[in-house]
Design a protein around this ligand. Structure first.
Ligand code: NOJ
Ligand code: CA
Length: 757
């Protein structure tokens, strides 16, 4: 990347060192103000100091405030305050305009274009604290930097005092502030309504720690009366706790509320060091929130030299049958307590409901292979599940010892012979200490048998006792696990881990996270949930939402269970396009898919890695319509990989090589070698509690070509409550400029594949 340092050259960046400027309209009086403009000149960030030397900033768009003058600073645990007494020693501007290429993503090229301002603050006592601001056309990022030459060396944070002063009682899509979980439904209220609604929004969770009725989590999506969409989040959380936001609902001012560690410390720092970026996106159209790459751009470039082993994954799981209650993770009922290494499972009678048994796993491998999928997750394969939930014990799992009825080498061999990789499951029971003890052996076992992806999980309260899922030591644990996985060429999909903040740019082996309410919550999920997540949780990175549930009635999937999920089948198909993830699951049971083979075809066909993405229509909680074009490189790799496969060799093709998804007929993929990929697009739509009519205008297709369009839509009578399985499939021939009208039912959606004829 080229960053040009401009010093104090006026022009490109509107920089002014003056007592007051046109940018500094505010109720807090500032001196020494410095202004920074976005590349397109629409946004203006102002930094200044109060009379007491307290650093502040504000953000304007087209001359009007988006963030009123807001204070910056810290209180430290030793009583030191980093709030005031600062003078501006100097400032430096820069600009960057680069295009980078994610290993996987919503598009092949991402533009990173910003103007930057570094403010060097100093105090008479020798404390130095810099603020670095980056202003993009769609928002602001800023962070604190503590340089080496500093009176501060080791220091512990009591509170980070960064404010975001809003200009009104905006509409907010929010979940309650929590130190341990994001597995909540979103609420939509004015800011003034958060306090009253907060408690009612909480679901019981294996580990949840709220802290205030006006605490909310990032990414927080807001909408102003004037139709501006503001999104407050953070980027690149490394060696620092995750923040919540605490709202003062008299002044409509948020401030950072960091997650404390077991001793109440909210950040143990050693200079030189930096904080995560605080971000405020502001755009005038909801679609631009979905198109924004602010969070990724504020993360460091890829840290890995070799990324050839990282690939998109479309997978199934021996999973929904446990989640639904049809089978279980555990093997036996004969155990009151388990001690690994002491308990002898071979002497125990199985209860007969163990899902991860050899026969069942082989059945899934056959099904996933026939569907052309890449991989199969198996949960409940390892000893310990009889005695873990809620017992808060340190050593639950060893991550290497299979149950007697799970033949790990033979099942991997069988899977590989069918072109399927098994996905490892490491439920850590939230004992990060135990996971760290066993991690090398666990990853080495994966290497030995050819697993290249792990789903990890952090259910329950964290051990070390008193830590939180979002506290600094545990943030460090997730990164340790990710880096170590990279050493072993293993891709990671972490559930219950901290919500992502764009680290997948730096560590692209982080192919997924849960970190929000996913389909495992079954009937608890509100219909509008999936039209909010792309505005909030997905801003930081892809989600393993586990879509594709065709049978909404839990009693059909698992006799004796109750509850009906609130979506239509067409809605589930639409999610494969509206939710970006390089890791996509077909989450339902094979027998549920066998009942709807024509709808299942879309899941088999759809791509998961994209050349280009277009956001056609969007409003949080209401609807999202997205069009995406599969990545050409992946197709070419598919062609090469398939051509290079020696007959009868059990070794796996790379997942990308197997991924010939964009050409549906290419399940017999050899025919693809050397072929010129056809132009293919997928369009998906989802909507919330209200039905929505949309018109897909095909102005993104190549002029002069004819395409086959296959539309999977809600049937006229479809409705998530009364007719969730009513869908239609319509084939037609279309070309660029044609329009396809589609009605999405309540809790509905649609999927459309467009393939050059
Ligand atoms: C919670 C995860 O989100 C879910 O996917 C998993 O099956 C269970 N924990 C068991 O590890
Ligand atoms: Ca979960």
């Amino acid at each position: 990347m080229k960053i040009k340092y401009l010093g104090l050259i006026a022009g490109l960046v509107a920089l002014t060192l003056a007592a007051a400027t046109s940018c500094s309209r505010s109720e807090i009086h500032l001196s020494d103000t410095v202004c920074l403009s976005s590349p397109d000149g629409q946004l203006c960030a102002t930094f200044g100091l109060t009379a007491e030397g307290r650093p502040c900033y504000r953000l304007d768009r087209a001359g009007a405030a988006v963030v009123r003058t807001s204070r910056l600073g810290f209180d430290l645990c030793d009583g030191t305050s980093l709030k005031d007494g600062f003078t501006l020693e100097g400032s430096k501007t820069a600009t960057a305009d680069e295009t980078w290429h994610p290993v996987w993503g919503e598009e092949r090229d991402i533009r990173n274009h910003y103007n930057e301002l570094l403010l060097r603050l100093v105090r008479e006592d020798g404390v130095r604290m810099n603020v670095r601001m980056r202003l993009f056309d769609d928002g602001l990022g800023f962070r604190y930097e503590f340089p080496q030459e500093n009176k501060l060396r080791y220091f512990n944070i009591k509170e980070e005092l960064t404010e975001f002063a809003m200009t009104g009682d905006h509409t907010a899509w929010w979940i309650s502030g929590d130190y341990d979980t994001q597995e909540y439904n979103y609420s939509c209220t004015p800011l003034s309504g958060i306090r009253a609604a907060s408690r009612a929004t909480r679901l019981s969770n294996a580990s949840a720690t709220g802290f205030s009725d006006t605490g909310v989590q990032t990414a927080l999506q807001l909408k102003t009366e004037d139709g501006l969409y503001i999104n407050i989040h953070e980027a690149a959380v490394v060696n620092y706790p995750t923040t919540n936001l605490l709202l003062d609902d008299r002044t409509m001012t948020f401030r950072t509320w960091l997650t404390p560690d077991a001793e109440g410390v909210k950040g143990r720092m050693q200079a030189p060091c930096v904080t995560p970026w605080r971000t405020v996106m502001v755009v005038d159209d909801a679609r631009k929130v979905l198109a924004s790459r602010l969070i990724l751009n504020l993360n460091e470039p890829c840290a890995l030299d070799d990324v050839s082993w990282i690939h998109p994954v479309k997978y199934m799981g021996v999973w929904w049958e446990m989640i639904s209650g049809r089978t279980e993770w555990s093997y036996t009922s004969e155990l009151p307590s388990v001690q690994l290494g002491v308990t002898d499972y071979s002497a125990l009678k199985p209860h007969g409901r163990h899902g991860a048994n050899n026969e069942n796993v082989r059945r899934y491998i056959d099904f996933a292979a026939a569907a052309g999928f890449d991989a199969l997750l198996i949960e409940g394969w390892n000893e310990g599940w009889e005695d873990w939930f809620g017992c808060q014990k340190d050593y639950v799992f060893d991550f290497v010892t299979p149950y007697p009825d799970f033949d790990l080498p033979a099942l991997n061999k069988y899977a590989h012979s069918k072109g399927i990789r098994l996905v490892m499951h490491h439920e850590t029971s939230s004992s990060t200490v135990n996971y760290e003890r066993h991690m090398d052996a666990a990853y080495a076992l994966m290497n030995r048998y050819g697993y290249d992806a792990v789903k990890s999980g952090y259910v329950g309260n964290i051990i070390p006792y008193g830590e939180h899922h979002y506290s600094q030591p545990i943030i460090n644990h997730y990164l340790l696990a990710l880096k170590k996985a990279a050493d072993y060429h293993i891709m990671v999909n972490a559930h219950e881990a901290v919500r992502p903040t764009g680290l997948c740019r730096t560590w692209p082996n982080l192919i997924g996270n849960e970190s929000a309410m996913g389909t495992e919550y079954r009937a608890h999920i509100n219909p509008g949930h999936t039209s909010i997540l792309p505005f909030t949780r997905l801003q930081g990175g892809p989600m393993d939402y586990t879509p594709g549930i065709f049978e909404q009635d839990m009693s059909v999937t698992a006799p004796g269970q109750t509850g009906k999920m609130r979506h239509t089948i067409a809605n589930q198909l639409g999610l494969y396009v509206t939710f970006y993830s390089p890791l996509q699951m077909a989450a339902d049971l094979p027998d549920n898919y066998e009942r709807f083979p024509d709808a299942f075809q879309f899941i088999k066909d759809v791509a998961v890695d994209w050349e280009q993405s277009l956001y056609l229509e969007a409003e949080p909680g209401e609807y999202i319509v997205t069009a995406r074009k599969p990545r050409i490189e992946t197709l070419n790799e598919a062609a090469r990989g398939v051509a290079a496969l020696p007959d009868g060799k059990e070794d796996m093709l790379s997942g990308a090589a197997r991924f010939v998804y964009a050409l549906p007929e290419s399940a017999t993929a050899r025919s693809l070698a050397g072929a010129k990929p056809k132009d293919v697009w997928y369009v998906g739509g989802v909507c919330g509690e209200n039905a929505h009519e949309t018109v897909v205008t095909l102005d993104f297709l190549k002029p002069g070509l004819r395409y086959e369009a296959v539309l999977y839509a809600d049937a006229p009578e479809a409705d998530y409550e009364t007719a969730p399985q009513a869908y239609t499939i319509t084939r037609s021939e279309v070309s660029a400029g044609d329009s396809i009208p589609v009605r999405m039912a309540r809790g509905g959606g649609f999927a459309l594949s467009l393939r050059e004829l």
